[in-house]
Write a protein that binds this ligand. Structure first.
Ligand SMILES: *Cc1c(COP(=O)(O)O)cnc(C)c1O
Length: 362
């Protein structure tokens, strides 16, 4: 069986974790500080606040930008549920904006329509789904017209860029996840990045019990801190991220050039956009048939995601759903991701290409 994902861990991670263990400083400390410095340098941003996960980074981003209960926050319906859940944690109201079928990201045209209906929205969370950057130049323009704060959910797009500028540096805040299936991992972990010192200072307070100085608590905060153990893994992984992404891109390039079967619709990468292929996601007519085919070939696959977020029972039960999203529902019925992770061997990529070339829709 060829796995869909596999974290790539080596001696470097092991040595650094051992260093932390023998230092005795397990919780937040100098490894976290070093990781924040190195990640912000990599990402071309001024400030970074490490967190316990991507989800907590998103929640801290909303809080730090001043989102209050009852505020409307626009986001994509086609993402992992955590993107919209962060809005619910803030007691804000999600408004769902449809996606572009070319790259499955939030559509600037749909955003204009959404804002005509909800001009009072305060912020937007944009997701760079599968590692393909959303159209940030357009989205930022629209957001500025409506005075929207912009948060980038970069959980699937470490290192992705538009005309050389890395995702996470376009909006007011970026949030990354370091869950083991992502382009790089800490085990669990996240980071909030920003160019704005005030936002970074706020975030640091929210993720540490609302504490501005020791044992002074001005606001309701949380324990969303990263530990030195996780940071040590992250430092080692960050050193390999470019190489990991290059491998993903090489695998993706082989699929995109060598799979010529018209029954398999391949992803598109827009010119000037650097895709880091967190997933290589194709579309087929009959998804069940295709998945059965892959299973018989011993190739793992996944659906990201089988339901839109607003179609999840949690959202159906508790909230009046705001927004229209026909494209997202079509995508949820069609997409399938195939293995593209950096540890795939050449023979495995050969085998996946050969197999997909023989797939037939009828
Ligand atoms: C993984 C992911 C998250 C959540 O990150 P965690 O670290 O698991 O909390 C949020 N948004 C997207 C798009 C993700 O893929």
């Amino acid at each position: 069986m060829i796995n869909l994902v596999k974290p790539m861990l080596g001696k470097e991670e092991q040595l650094l974790v051992e260093e932390v263990l023998s230092s005795g400083e397990l919780a937040q400390g100098r490894y976290v500080e070093q990781f924040e410095k190195q990640f912000t340098a990599f990402n071309g941003v001024s400030f970074g606040v490490a967190t316990s996960s991507g989800t907590t980074a998103l929640h801290a981003a909303l809080l730090s930008l001043g989102i209050k209960p009852g505020d409307k926050v626009i986001t994509t319906p086609f993402s992992f549920v955590a993107t919209a859940n962060a809005i619910l944690y803030s007691q804000a109201i999600p408004v769902f904006c449809d996606i572009d079928m070319n790259n499955y990201n939030l559509s600037p045209e749909a955003l204009i329509d959404t804002l005509k209906e909800h001009p009072d929205a305060k912020a937007i969370i944009v997701v760079h789904l599968y590692g393909h950057p959303a159209n940030m130049p357009e989205i930022i323009k629209i957001a500025q017209m409506y005075g929207l704060k912009v948060i980038e959910d970069c959980a699937q797009a470490h290192g992705a860029s538009i005309n050389g500028q890395k995702v996470g540096s376009f909006g007011d805040c970026g949030a990354f996840s370091f869950y083991p299936t992502k382009n790089m991992t800490c085990g669990e972990g996240g980071i909030l990045v920003t160019q704005d010192k005030v936002v970074a200072d706020q975030a640091r307070i929210f993720v540490n019990h609302g504490q501005s100085i020791k044992y002074q608590h001005d606001v309701l905060g949380y324990n969303y801190r990263m530990t030195n153990i996780h940071a040590a893994i992250g430092i080692a992984q960050l050193g390999k991220l470019d190489e990991f992404n290059k491998k993903r891109q090489q695998n993706a390039l082989r699929y995109s050039t060598e799979i010529t079967n018209p029954a398999v619709i391949k992803p598109i990468c827009l010119p000037g956009f650097e895709h880091v292929y967190h997933q290589y996601t194709v579309q087929v007519n009959d998804r069940n048939r295709f998945m059965e085919f892959l299973k018989n070939k011993g190739i793992a696959c996944g659906i990201h995601y089988p339901k839109t977020i607003p179609d999840q029972p949690l959202y159906q039960q508790q909230h009046k759903i705001l927004g229209n999203f026909p494209n997202a529902r079509i995508a949820a019925d069609k997409v399938v991701s195939i293995p593209v992770y950096p540890g795939l061997r050449k023979e495995e990529v050969d085998y996946i290409v050969e197999s997909l070339q023989t797939y037939s829709d009828d």
